[in-house]
Design a protein around this ligand. Sequence first.
Ligand SMILES: Cc1ncc(C[n+]2csc(CCOP(=O)(O)OP(=O)(O)O)c2C)c(N)n1
Ligand SMILES: *[C@@H]1O[C@H](CO)[C@@H](O)[C@H](O)[C@H]1NC(C)=O
Ligand SMILES: *[C@@H]1O[C@H](CO)[C@@H](O)[C@H](O)[C@H]1NC(C)=O
Ligand SMILES: *[C@@H]1O[C@H](CO)[C@@H](O)[C@H](O)[C@H]1NC(C)=O
Ligand SMILES: CC(=O)N[C@H]1CO[C@H](CO)[C@@H](O)[C@@H]1O
Ligand SMILES: [Mg+2]
Length: 691
Amino acid sequence: MVAPHEFSKIDDLAIRTLKLLAVDQPCNSNSGHPGAPLALAPAAHALLKATNINPKNPDWINRDRFVLSNGHACALLYALLHLVGNDYFRIEDLKQFRKLNSRTPGHPEFHLSGVEVTTGPLGQGIANAVGMAIAQKNFAATYNKPGFTISDNHTFVFAGDGCLQEGISSEASSLAGHLQLGNLIMVYDNNSITIDGSTNLSFTEDTKKRYKAYGWEVIDLDGDSESPELLLGAIEQAKKTTDKPTMIRLTTIIGHGSLNQGTHGVHGAPLKADDLAQLKEKLGFDPKQSFVVPQEVYDFYRKTVAEPGIEANEKWDKLFAEYQKKYPEEGKALVRRLSGELPADWDKTLPAFTPKDKAVATRKLSEGVIEQVYNALPELIGGSADLTPSNLTRWVEAEDFQPPSSGLGSYKGRYIRYGVREHGMAAILNGISAWGANYKPYGGTFLNFVSYASGAVRLSALSGHPVIYVATHDSIGVGEDGPTHQPIETLAHFRALPNMHVWRPADGNEVSGAYKNAIESKHTPAILALSRQNLPQLEGSCRVKTQKGAYVLQDVEKPDVVLIATGSEVSLIVESAKVLAAKGIKARIVSAPCLDLFDEQSEEYRVSVLPDGVPIMSVEVASTVGWERYAHQSFGINRFGVSAPCPDAYKYFDFVPEGVASRAEKTVAFYKGKTLYTPVRRAFESPSIEF
Ligand SMILES: Cc1ncc(C[n+]2csc(CCOP(=O)(O)OP(=O)(O)O)c2C)c(N)n1
Ligand SMILES: *[C@@H]1O[C@H](CO)[C@@H](O)[C@H](O)[C@H]1NC(C)=O
Ligand SMILES: *[C@@H]1O[C@H](CO)[C@@H](O)[C@H](O)[C@H]1NC(C)=O
Ligand SMILES: *[C@@H]1O[C@H](CO)[C@@H](O)[C@H](O)[C@H]1NC(C)=O
Ligand SMILES: CC(=O)N[C@H]1CO[C@H](CO)[C@@H](O)[C@@H]1O
Ligand SMILES: [Mg+2]
């Protein structure tokens, strides 16, 4: 039984203020969602009483995290952050709700001070919160010492019907239950309404039984949505449950107080003027005024949220100062991590290769890199969506991240068994990264199934979480598994995604270079597309030049043609060049492990690699879309693959030295006598993202 809490008149005034501050935003801007904020204001107020945040230092590492998975309710979050004294959100900013370049965009964005993750695509926030809870558990297990509780805080998430309907909530919640993440508390806004109308149209499952089956504690607050007392009691009960995540099911009335309360009409349209006026009157406010905050409400939140938060932060600072004296080694590691720096020389163990070294699959080379660096990088936290033996993502001595009682590992472990849950994994990577302490999560799956996760992969890029997707089996080279497993459009798709580095290294030095770049990246995620088949160590390959995204691997004087390729096709064009040379055609060989990075280089550099006056032909066993930006002619595959052993698949599509050479000959003949300009020189650049 949940014990009710005593709330006073000032709590009531604060809730009413919060409600109106949340509906004034969409009304003032004539755009946005008033329904969920109105109904969830009492819950948000109760949550504030139970959380530990320092509004003056929103990045404090031991704060509680709050994720608004139903991101359309962001007016509530902005109002809340304003009221507790986060100076980033001023009344002027609330008045700019959803306006160009405002601090109050249409959905919460990670870069906004005090906003923990970008939400809006429903369901993502739940999985992000699972990632945060994982990070907290690992951080606490690694750094807490007797008498020194450096980390003990919770991750809270608000989620609506839509979030629970999305499959990603099942993936992530199932894993959270398995991992016994007792530091995770979800408030489910069960208002039985989505955009189409009542949930009886499409959502009739028993969510209590569902979450119980995942291994969660479920607290049902069926009944009075306006009772923050009950919710606070439930949160306190949830905190006491340390071996299970908790779902608190709250039955609310969407748009409570509006003339349209309880209907989908109040989900995504601002209240009409008369509705807003009656609501303000009902709540004891002047209908003629907007954005009103009584001074006693500011004072109340200062006393009950900001001041205790600042004090807790100061206490923590003192504790941490003592910790550094008593545990200098861990203290130093922590200071470094909190400053966002990697250890000096972390990369000195990255493997290097010469052409004398044997041919190895790039997925295997990737395993070699992880094996070399995991020890120097406690922030590296790996995992795979059930493809560990194929992906080669686990270092030999790795401990699994598992609840200690499972006998399978501990929370200190840095290898996560995601199960077959690519989308959940990707959103969890985002959550781990967003949690802080410079966590550098990577997750493995087949390149083709990164597309399964693309809802979350897109958010890695949009939010600037520098996570790493270890994407093996990157082409028709997977062979027998056939077209269902052979990526075609995937490289083009993710190259088109802003702020994503798509890597396709050709050999050992390029794999080391790709990891160096991806691990040092502060705001750009990476997909490392890796081969299943063995690839030779190339003459001219270079970890340093890899940082340019594309470089001249092998050159000739006055080339007749430039061949540019990525990954497994680089060794192929090297062989093709020999066939061409025998026919008197001289080819420059360009390796392009990361076209996105090549785009970031100066025009002068790009032109030095892909010059004027020579036909350029790209070679990649994938869609040719996008290659127009670099080559005059592309040899690719604009259809689905085939089920056959790898060499047969390559032969079938004519990706053999002679096949490439004959197309290069045609290209040379086609452009003979024509004036040719490099495609990399441009009249202007389109806008691109900046961090
Ligand atoms: C992945 C995704 N699909 C669709 C949408 C569009 N959308 C926004 S809110 C919403 C309905 C959500 O219903 P619920 O979560 O119950 O929110 P409520 O109306 O109760 O606030 C939909 C479909 C979205 N934001 N994300
Ligand atoms: C968060 O951490 C602070 C400081 O260590 C602690 O006092 C507080 O009880 C914790 N809050 C929660 C919600 O666990
Ligand atoms: C579905 O829900 C709506 C709104 O709550 C209600 O009016 C309607 O009667 C319900 N329909 C059925 C068949 O239960
Ligand atoms: C939402 O709450 C109502 C009322 O308690 C309940 O009947 C319904 O099953 C709940 N919906 C879901 C999806 O949990
Ligand atoms: C480190 C690790 O887990 N390596 C495994 C890689 O996969 C092969 C099988 O494909 C296993 O034998 C290794 O143990
Ligand atoms: Mg709903």
